[in-house]
Every structure is written in C-alpha cells, then in structure tokens.
Design a protein around this ligand. Structure first.
Ligand SMILES: [Zn+2]
Length: 321
C-alpha cells in the first residue's frame, strides 16, 4: 500500500522531471573520454580481452535522492551504449518515485574491487570481471547488469547447503535478510530492490537476481546472457535499435499479459525471436547483417510489428499448486 501511495504522490506532484519537493531530475549520456578509459585499463576495470571496449560504453550521469532525502546531481554509472537510454529512463523513474540510492560512483573509485564497492553500498554496472566464485564472464563485463544498494539488497550465498547457513555480501546486508516490508509495528524500509523490479523489467533489465535460489542476488538486474553476447557482437547503431525493440516488446507484454507479467512469467524478446527464427538469433541476425544491413533493419522492424499484433500470453500460474 505504501508503495502505491508513494507512486501516487510522485505522479500527482511530478511534472516533467519535477519531484514532489520541487527538485529537478537532470541526466545526460556521454562517451568515455580517453583519460578515463586509460585509467580503467590501468585499474584492470577494462581488459584487452573484454567483449566490449571503451568505445561501446557510455557514462550515464543522473540525479538521485540519498537516504536522507538529499538530491545529488552527480550519480554516474557505466553501461553498454545500446542500453544507455533505457538506463537513463530507469534512474529518472527511481527519482520520481523518490527511491533512495546510497551512492552511484564508477568502479574505478574502488580500483575495480567489487567487494569494496559493495561494502560502501555503491550502485554500479560495468566491470570486466567473472561471475563471483566462477570463471564464466559476468554480465557486468558487458555493462548490461546493474547492482543497486548492496547493503539493502545483499548477495546471499549458501556455502554449506546441508545446514542452510547463509553468508551476506556485504556483511551489513544481513540486517535485510527479512525481505518483507509489511512487518507489524516496524517502519517501511526504503531502498530495497523489490520495490523497483517492474521499473528495471520494463526498461529491458528483466532478469532479477532476487528470483534466484542459490546464490540470491537481491541487488542485481541484468539482460539474458544470449542478449548480452548478441548486443556486444552487433554494431552500436543496430544494437541500440535492438535494445529499444526489446524494451518495447516487454512493455507490450505488460499491457497484453498483465497477470503473467506480475508473476514474472515474462517472455524475453530474444526468446521470442528464437521461436520465430528457429535458431540462435545471434547467428541468424549476424548472418543477415553480413549479407545486407538494410535487410536486417527490415527484419527487426518486422518482428516488432508482429510482436505488437500477436503476443500470446503463457498460461497463468496455478497458485493452488
Ligand atoms: Zn551484479
């Protein structure tokens, strides 16, 4: 209920980028300057083998509310070029909702050390690194995963599965082990990711780590690995159009299938393309692209048109099961 009230207040009092208290949302998207790119390489935030280099990354600068209600105009996050407009929209909506963000600084500030960034409750995206505890490349290395308020939304692991013992990263996140925000006699806790899952989803970041079982990654929103690989392998202009179509597709899905969308039974755009193409969209689209750029543009347009006409909703969840 409180979430609904806060949203309603934001809508009633907001005009353009104006929030209820009159603060203006400001944002812009910029290319990565050479000196920043050199620093990223020196700190190993960027590596020569990374699937995207500095030319494919964008710095999104934005205003945000901190937990004391103070507005900061210097929030920054580094993401893939194709997703930058969507990321700017995400932070605009978080601002209008007055969703607090503790800090938003580039990972360079922590010398590329993810643990230091987590401990400082920093929200961030790009970092050329592997998935924590594994050798596979993280979606953060594509600038297509965003971590938000790590203390309020910890990364939870279960090193001893038989005992169920949980570890919280950062350690201060243990205070947020109970995820319910409707606790008798206790105040509403702001900054928890559950409140903004729909905002991230509608803007293309449709996979939330809070839906996983082991580890549980409450702070983490990402696109699918297949989509990350495709966007990285596709020239910037077409990748941007693809991501824009992906977000339109999701928004159409929310309209066409509200029940399934709220149950998170979301059909991903790349999954949908896969069904239509009958093969990996990455391979097929790249083949077409190599043959004729115009043909690929038409192909994407055609799919978006089809998607808007004929989304078939998956069967609703049987909640008695
Ligand atoms: Zn993450």
């Amino acid at each position: 209920m409180k979430i609904v009230n806060r949203l309603l207040i934001s809508i009633l009092f907001s005009f353009g980028g104006l929030n209820a208290n009159g603060s203006m949302f400001q944002s812009h998207i910029e290319a990565v300057p050479d000196d920043l790119c050199a620093e990223m390489s020196r700190l190993k935030v960027m590596t020569p083998a990374n699937p995207v280099q500095c030319d494919r990354l964008r710095r999104v600068v934005f205003s945000y509310f901190d937990f004391s209600g103070t507005v900061h105009s210097n929030g920054e996050i580094m993401v893939l070029d194709a997703a930058a407009p969507a990321v700017e929209s995400i932070f605009r909506e978080l601002f209008l909702l007055r969703f607090p963000i503790a800090k938003a600084r580039l990972i360079n500030h922590y010398s590329g050390d993810d643990q230091k960034s987590l401990a400082d409750n920093n929200s961030s995206s790009f970092n050329s690194r592997s998935v924590t505890g594994k050798s596979v490349l993280s979606i953060h290395a594509y600038g297509l995963a965003i971590d938000i308020n790590p203390v309020q939304n910890p990364f939870v692991t279960f090193p001893n599965k038989s005992s169920g013992f949980a570890q919280y990263h950062p350690a201060a996140g243990a205070a947020f082990a109970n995820r319910s925000n409707t606790r008798r006699g206790k105040p509403f806790r702001a900054g928890m990711s559950e409140e903004v899952v729909d905002i991230f989803t509608r803007h293309g970041f449709a996979i939330w780590g809070g839906g996983w079982d082991n580890p549980i990654d409450y702070q983490h929103f990402q696109v699918s690995r297949e989509m990350a690989e495709f966007l990285a392998a596709t020239p910037a202009k077409l990748a941007t159009r693809f991501f824009s179509n992906h977000t339109k597709f999701i928004q159409q899905f929310f309209e066409a299938c509200p029940e399934q969308a709220s149950d998170r039974r979301l059909l991903d755009y790349s999954q949908w393309l896969k069904q239509k193409l009958g093969s990996s969209p990455k391979e097929k689209l790249l083949t077409v692209y190599r043959q004729q750029t115009r043909a690929m543009s038409l192909l994407i347009n055609d799919f978006t048109l089809q998607a808007s006409k004929g989304i078939s909703c998956p069967a609703p969840v049987d909640k008695r099961a």
